[in-house]
Design a protein around this ligand. Structure first.
Ligand code: BGC
Length: 787
C-alpha cells in the first residue's frame, strides 16, 4: 500500500499559483483534450490522465494516445454513451482490454466492504498499467426508481450501504495510487432530459437519502475528486451551485479535493468556478475563453481563482507522487478476482425443494435454454462500458462442472421472427420434459440497459416471460438465470423451482454462475434494492419521470424499502433478501448502551451461528426505528451490517456500533441534524422483512430541543419550553399584578387555545398587549434557547 503523500504546504502552493499567468490559470482549470488535465510546460506542471469507469478501465486508444481533440469532438464522446454494450466489438474495438468486474448493482449485493476494497485495488492496478491517475468513479447515486437508466452502475436504494461500500472502493483505489472521482453530485437519478431536469427534493430527503452516501464517503475515504452532475437541483445547475459545492461539500463535510465537472456538464463557466467547480472537463474552447475573460477582467475574484488553481496543483502533486512505475497487470489473476467477486454477489432468490445446488452424480441430462448461455450479458451500456480481457461462456462452465457423465444440451429458445420464436419455445418446452434441470437464461431489452435513457418497463425482453412460462409448464425443475440492470417483475416467480439473479456480473459471470449452481460457492449475495411485485407499487410511481422540466421527488424520504414498509406493501423480494445453501440462527442480542446521548455510539452484540450442512456467509443487517418521533420516520432504516463466513456448526459473536449522529433526522426548520429524545427500536435481520432479533434503547440528548417560537406560536408550543414559560410567567405577573404561582396557573390555562400566543393572551385575559412587547419577549426566548 502506498501512503497518500502529505499535501504541499499552502505557502508553497500560493507561490506556484502566483507564478501562473491569467491565461495559464484558465488552462489549468480546463481539460486538455478529452481525458487529460492541462499541462503547463513552462512551469513543469504535468497533465493528469483520467478515464472511466466504475467497474472497469475504459482506455480509448485513439482519444488518449492519438491526442485527439476529443473535447471538441462531441460525436466521439456521444458514440460511446449511445452504443449498446452488447455490440461490443463495433463500439469498443479501439479500447484497451481491461477486466470487466461486476457492475455496481451486482457487486454491492456482496454487502462486503472487503470485496469493495479489492475492487478498488484491482481497478487501481489496471489504471497504473495504463498510467491513468484518476478513475471516474465510483458512481453512487441512489436508485430512486428501478427504471433509472444508470441503475446498473449504482449500488443501492439505501445511503448507508451505498456510502460504506463506496468508501471501501475509494480507499482501495487511493491506497494504490489512483484517485477516485465520486459521482454524480447530486440527485442525477434519471436519464430523462439528463442535463436540464430539475430534481426537486425536500431538505430531509436530500440530506437523509440522496446526500448521505456522498457525505459518508467524503468523511471516511477523502476522495481526491468529486464530479458534479448534469442536472439541476432545486432550481440550480449542480455544477454552479455554491451551496452544494462549497458550503456543504467543503465547509460542512471538509472535502479538500478538486471538484471536476461531468463531461460538458458546465453551462456557465465563470459561475461554475465561483461556485467551487474547479476543473472543467473535457477541453472546450468557448468555455475556456469565457473563464480566461472573467479572470482577466476581474469579474471572478482573484482569491477564488487562485484557490481553485492551488487545489489543482495539490491534486497533480498528490497523483504524481502516488503513481509509481507503470506495471502491467496480470489479466488471468484479475479474471480470477472478477470471478470471486461475482460469486460473492450473485443472489439466490428462490430454491424450492432444494433443486440447487445441482449434484452431478444424480443428473443425467441438463437442458440449457437461451442466448445468454453462449453470449452472456455481463455489463450495461454507457461511459462505464469496458472491453473485457476475457469472457466466460456459461454453457462451457456448466458443462465443465457437470462433468462427462452428464448430457448438457443447449437450445436457443427464441428466433428472429415471432413465428420462429414460437417454434423454438415449443421445441425447448418439449426438451424440458424429462430433463433433470432446465436452466433458462433471460435478460432485459438490450436497448434499455444503460446510460442516456431510462427503462420504460420492468418486464424482461420480449418473449422471455413466455419462454419461462412454457418451460415451467413442462418441467418442475426450471432454474431462471437473470441478467438485468435493476429490478424486474416476475409474473412466473411462483411457478419455477429456482431463480438466480446475476444483475450484470462482469466478464467472469459464467464461471461464477457455475460455481453457484453446483455449490462450489455457497450463495451469499443479498438484494440492495427492493423488487416490486408490479411497477405501480414503486415509490416514485406517481411523480416519475416528472414533467415541465421538473423531477418532483414526491415520495420524500420514503425511498425503497422505507416506502414499502411504511405503506405495508409486500414487495416481490425485499431489500436485503438472498438465500443460502445453509441456514443461520441469530441469538443473544445484547444492547450495551441502553441510553445514548450525542457523541456516543449505540453498541450492540449478538450471536450468529451456521446451523446448516455447509459453510456459508451471512449478511446480518441492523435496522433502527424511532417509534416516538414527532416527525415522519421510516419504520426501520439500515444503520449497520456485517458479513461473516462460518463453517457448519460454527458460531461467532458480532458487534456493531452506530454513532449517535446516524440516529438523527435532519431538522429542516433548524437546518441541522437532530437527535430526538425517545425510544430506539433495534432490529437484526437476515433481510428488511426477516427480522430475527429485537431490542430497545433510548436516545437521551444532553439538552432537550425546543423549536424557535413566533408571535403566532400556539400556547402548547410555548408551554413546552421552560425558558418561554419563565418569561411569560414573569410578564403576566408584572402586567396583571399576580403572584408567581397565580401567573403560572393562568399561563397553563391557555393550553387549550389554538390561536397564537399574542392573540390568546389578549383574548383570555381581556388585555390589549402591544404586539411589539410580545415580539420582544419571543426574541429574547429564542436567543436564550438557542444559546
Ligand atoms: C458521464 C460520466 C462519465 C463522463 C466521461 C458522462 O457522460 O455522465 O459518468 O464519467 O461522461 O465519460
Amino acid at each position: 500500500m502506498t501512503d497518500t503523500p502529505p499535501a504541499a504546504p499552502a505557502t508553497h502552493l500560493a507561490q506556484r499559483v502566483a507564478a501562473l499567468t491569467d491565461a495559464e490559470k484558465a488552462e489549468l482549470l480546463t481539460g486538455q483534450g478529452m481525458w487529460r488535465s492541462h499541462a503547463i510546460g513552462r512551469l513543469g506542471i504535468p497533465a493528469l490522465l483520467m478515464t472511466d469507469g466504475a467497474y472497469g478501465v475504459r482506455y480509448s486508444i485513439s482519444q488518449i494516445d492519438g491526442q485527439q481533440q476529443g473535447g471538441q469532438d462531441l460525436d466521439q464522446f456521444l458514440a460511446v454513451v449511445n452504443t449498446r454494450a452488447r455490440d461490443m466489438k463495433a463500439a469498443f474495438g479501439n479500447t484497451k482490454p481491461a477486466t470487466c468486474y461486476p457492475n455496481g448493482s451486482a457487486i454491492a449485493c456482496s454487502w462486503d466492504v472487503a470485496t469493495a476494497y479489492q475492487l478498488g485495488a484491482s481497478l487501481a492496478a489496471e489504471c497504473r498499467a495504463f498510467d491513468v491517475n484518476i478513475l471516474l468513479g465510483p458512481g453512487i447515486n441512489i436508485r430512486r426508481t428501478p427504471l433509472g437508466g444508470r441503475g446498473y452502475e449504482y449500488y443501492a436504494e439505501d445511503p448507508v450501504l451505498t456510502g460504506d461500500f463506496a468508501a471501501a472502493v475509494v480507499e482501495g483505489l487511493q491506497d494504490h495510487g489512483v484517485g477516485a472521482s465520486l459521482k454524480h453530485f447530486a440527485c442525477n437519478n434519471s436519464e430523462i432530459e439528463r442535463t436540464t431536469m430539475d430534481s426537486r427534493v425536500s431538505p430531509r430527503a436530500l440530506r437523509e437519502i440522496y446526500l448521505l452516501g456522498f457525505e459518508r464517503v467524503v468523511r471516511k475515504a477523502r476522495p481526491w475528486t468529486v464530479m458534479s452532475s448534469y442536472n439541476r437541483l432545486n432550481g440550480m445547475q449542480t455544477a454552479q451551485d455554491p451551496w452544494l459545492l462549497t458550503e456543504l461539500l467543503r465547509g460542512e463535510w471538509g472535502f479538500d479535493g478538486v471538484v471536476v465537472s461531468d463531461w460538458h456538464g458546465i453551462k456557465d463557466r465563470p459561475a461554475a468556478l465561483a461556485a467551487g467547480n474547479d476543473l472543467d472537463m473535457p477541453q472546450n474552447a468557448s468555455r475556456q475563453r469565457a473563464l480566461a475573460e472573467a479572470i482577466a477582467d476581474g469579474s471572478l475574484p482573484a482569491e477564488v481563482v487562485n484557490q481553485a488553481c492551488a487545489r489543482m496543483l495539490a491534486l497533480v502533486d498528490k497523483a504524481k507522487a502516488a503513481a509509481g512505475p507503470v506495471v502491467p497487470f496480470d489479466a488471468a489473476e484479475h479474471h480470477a478476482h472478477a470471478r470471486a467477486m461475482a460469486a460473492a454477489s450473485i443472489v439466490l432468490l428462490r430454491n424450492e425443494g432444494g433443486l440447487l445446488p445441482l449434484q452431478p452424480a444424480a443428473l443425467r441430462r441438463i437442458l440449457v435454454v437461451g442466448d445468454g448461455a453462449v453470449n452472456p450479458v455481463i455489463q450495461g451500456s454507457g461511459s462505464a462500458t469496458t472491453l473485457p480481457t476475457a469472457r466466460d461462456i456459461p454453457l462451457d462452465e456448466i458443462a465443465r462442472q457437470a462433468g462427462a457423465g452428464v448430457i448438457v444440451q443447449h437450445l436457443p429458445g427464441h428466433g428472429d421472427t415471432p413465428e420462429e420464436t414460437a417454434a423454438r419455445t415449443a421445441e425447448a418446452a418439449k426438451a424440458a420434459e424429462g430433463a433433470d434441470a432446465v436452466l433458462v437464461f433471460v435478460t432485459t431489452d438490450a436497448a434499455e440497459d444503460g446510460e442516456g435513457a431510462d427503462r420504460r418497463t420492468l418486464a424482461l425482453a420480449r418473449g422471455h416471460d413466455a419462454l419461462i412460462e412454457a418451460l415451467a409448464a413442462a418441467s418442475g425443475k426450471v432454474v431462471v438465470v437473470l441478467a438485468n440492470p435493476d429490478a424486474v417483475v416476475m409474473p412466473w416467480a411462483g411457478k419455477v423451482a429456482a431463480i438466480v439473479e446475476t444483475f450484470f456480473a462482469g466478464q467472469a459471470m459464467g464461471g461464477a454462475l457455475a460455481d453457484i449452481l453446483f455449490g462450489a460457492v455457497n450463495p451469499s449475495g443479498k438484494l440492495t434494492v427492493s423488487f416490486p411485485a408490479r411497477i405501480e407499487d414503486t415509490p416514485a410511481y406517481l411523480s416519475y419521470p416528472g414533467e415541465a422540466g421538473v423531477h418532483e421527488y414526491a415520495e420524500g424520504i420514503f425511498v425503497g424499502y422505507r416506502y414499502y414498509d411504511k405503506r405495508a406493501i409486500a414487495p416481490l423480494f425485499p431489500f436485503g433478501f438472498g438465500l443460502s445453501y445453509t441456514s443461520f440462527a441469530y441469538s443473544d442480542l445484547e444492547v450495551a448502551t441502553p441510553a445514548l446521548a450525542e457523541g456516543e455510539d449505540l453498541r450492540i452484540a449478538f450471536t450468529l451461528a451456521n446451523t446448516g450442512p455447509v459453510a456459508g456467509a451471512e449478511v446480518a443487517q441492523l435496522y433502527l426505528g424511532f417509534p416516538e418521533s414527532r416527525v415522519q420516520r421510516p419504520l426501520r432504516e439500515l444503520k449497520g451490517f456485517a458479513k461473516r463466513m462460518l463453517a457448519p456448526g460454527e458460531t461467532t459473536r458480532v458487534e456493531l456500533a452506530v454513532p449517535a449522529r446516524d440516529l438523527c433526522f435532519f431538522d429542516a426548520e433548524a437546518g441541522r441534524w437532530r437527535l430526538e429524545e425517545g425510544a430506539i427500536a433495534i432490529e437484526l435481520g437476515a433481510s428488511s422483512r426477516d427480522i430475527r432479533l429485537a431490542g430497545a434503547a433510548r436516545a437521551q440528548p444532553a439538552r432537550p430541543h425546543y423549536p424557535p417560537l413566533a408571535i403566532d406560536s400556539q400556547p402548547t408550543k410555548v408551554l413546552a419550553n421552560p425558558v418561554a414559560r419563565a418569561h411569560f410567567e414573569r410578564f403576566l405577573a408584572e402586567k396583571l399584578g399576580l403572584s408567581p404561582d397565580q401567573a403560572a396557573r393562568m399561563l397553563a390555562y391557555t393550553r387549550s387555545s389554538f390561536f397564537g400566543i399574542h392573540t390568546t393572551l389578549n383574548y383570555f385575559f381581556r388585555q390589549d398587549l402591544p404586539r411589539a412587547e410580545i415580539a420582544a419577549i419571543i426574541a429574547a426566548i429564542n436567543a436564550e434557547t438557542a444559546a
